[in-house]
Design a binder for this molecule. Structure first.
Ligand code: TXE
Length: 480
């Protein structure tokens, strides 16, 4: 059985304690590889390596850092097929999705920040002949990047790329639920000639690896994506140490469909924003609000299309939904279907675990599910489910839907469907959300600020925001 290894000081190494955890393939419900059960000793070793490498890496010319990162990006593309397959086995997502979205985006992340750093300029403030100020942007030192299981290599690279580009050394922890592509990535870093110690990848559990990363005083910034409860725990330990913190947390995003929308486009995109990646994307629109005049027409068309989606083998090209990431997560998602019914909801489509045949009979599959008839403020409509479960509700006025949309403790992304530019503009201003998509979903320009308000997080990733996060400013004032 394949053993995943840590990547420390440029080498692939066993965890110091020699202990391993089981890594499951969620489509077959069986262990298929072993992952290091690392602890603070491995984090310490990584820290020493990163600290040692920092002087060299931070003084490496940007062009050189950029070239190495471009090589890594090229290698991701060259290994697209293998990486996509590995992502699908580890996470349960369709191979097609990993091939079209996850892996290409990981390559883009590396390429984007490899080039962004070449265009990153600092400011100068001229005091009318009295003095001149210029502001340096310096790398922070050793930083920590902790990522989740839903978009494993995609989110892993989204964090480490700006950190590396701006001259930091990184200790990264992928999710213990989906460690494989980060392991394959470490091999590509070696092949690309990334100097030793610049990036260190430690595998293991949150409390034994993530926590020492957040508590170690020398690690001066933490970039985290994951659950809101974990984000809170990290903020509690990191804030009193004055670490820089970027937290991308949960979402409970509204998808608002007005009667004047382009019906077919809204319906087609709603299928994706509801169920892509088995609904396990923090940007998925899990609360669908439809304006009353088209409510029944939209609901019926949406339910009919949802019932036709294929839940199946992630390797099949026509599979729409693969497996849920783990048994525990499947149980959590299913428990919300029970809760929704207890709260008075009616299941319009799905609602059940899917039993597949043969090799897949022990896999964690679930039907895409739509629930109707719930109050906007019930638990099902307030808590993040993070699975293929959406609710649908009618609304009558713009004011009413804004109140309902803004009623949760989250504020990551919102989608608005309307042909009226005035309405779109008003909603864009009123929605308590870090991102508002109008007549589209998940259209991403990597230069734009990415992140949430309220309990969806702190700070913004993307473009120069990420480079700002991973650098410290020094203002130099020269008296003339
Ligand atoms: O996330 P965790 P989980 C949501 C979703 C999901 C819930 C929990 O609702 O059901 O979060 O998922 C590491 N110190 N999202 O349990 O635990 C952990 O090992 C430092 C939303 O998988 O937050 C992993 O690498 N690190 C989300 C990472 O944190 C710790 C994506 C995320 O895991 C730690 C995933 C600690 N004390 C889940 N404990 C999104 N917004 O994209 C754990 N970790």
């Amino acid at each position: 059985m394949e053993k995943i290894l840590n990547y420390i000081n440029g080498e692939l190494v066993e965890p110091i304690n020699g202990s391993y955890l089981d890594n499951y393939n969620p489509s077959i419900g069986k262990v298929y590889s072993q992952i290091p059960d690392s602890n603070e000793k491995d984090v310490d070793m990584a820290y020493f390596a990163a600290n040692e490498a920092f002087l060299g890496w931070s003084n490496t010319p940007k062009e050189e850092r950029s070239k190495i990162m471009m090589r890594i990006s090229d290698l991701i593309e060259e290994n697209l097929v293998e990486l996509a397959k590995a992502e699908s086995i580890d996470n349960g997502k369709p191979v097609k999705l990993a091939t079209q979205v996850d892996i290409p985006r990981a390559a883009s992340n590396m390429r984007f920040f490899a080039t962004a750093i070449l265009h990153y300029a600092s400011e100068s403030h001229d005091m009318d002949g009295e003095a001149i100020n210029y502001t340096l942007r310096k790398p922070i030192g050793v930083v920590g990047c902790i990522s989740p299981w839903n978009l494993p290599l995609y989110l892993f690279t989204w964090k480490i790329a700006p950190a590396l580009a701006s001259g930091n050394c990184v200790i990264a922890k992928p999710s213990e639920v989906t460690p494989m592509t980060a392991y394959l990535f470490s091999k590509l870093c070696i092949e690309a000639g990334l100097p030793k110690g610049v990036l260190n990848i430690i595998h293991g559990m949150g409390p034994s690896v993530g926590s020492p990363i957040t508590t170690r005083p020398g690690i001066k910034a933490i970039s985290f994506t994951g659950g809101t409860a974990t984000g809170k725990a990290i903020a509690k330990v990191a804030a009193p140490m004055f670490k820089k913190l970027s937290l991308e947390l949960g979402g409970k995003n509204p998808n608002i469909i007005f009667a004047d929308c382009d019906f077919d486009k809204a319906l087609k995109t709603t299928m994706l924003s509801s169920f892509a990646n088995q609904g396990q994307i923090c940007l998925c629109g899990s609360r669908i609000f439809v304006e009353r005049p088209i409510y029944e027409k939209f609901r019926d068309a949406f339910a009919a299309k949802t019932k036709k989606l294929k839940v199946g083998n992630p390797s099949d090209a026509d599979t729409n939904l693969g497996a849920i990431v783990s048994k525990a997560h499947l149980e959590k998602v299913l428990s919300y279907v029970d809760l929704a019914q207890e709260e008075g909801g009616t299941v319009l489509a799905g609602g059940n675990k899917v039993q597949l045949e043969g090799e897949l009979s022990e896999g964690y599959f679930m039907e895409p599910t739509i629930i109707e008839g719930l109050a906007f403020d019930c638990r099902t409509n307030q808590e993040e489910i993070f699975g293929p479960v959406v609710t649908i509700m009618p609304f009558d006025t713009e004011e009413e839907v804004v109140v309902m949309a803004n009623s949760t403790e989250y504020g990551l992304a919102a989608t608005v469907w309307t042909q009226d530019v005035g309405k779109a503009t008003r909603l864009g201003a009123c929605l308590a959300s870090g991102i508002v998509w109008v007549n589209c979903w998940l259209v991403r320009d990597l230069r734009t600020p990415f992140g949430g308000v309220k309990n969806s997080g702190v700070g913004r990733e993307g473009g120069f925001n990420a480079l700002n996060f991973f650098t410290e400013q020094t203002n130099v004032c020269i008296k003339l």
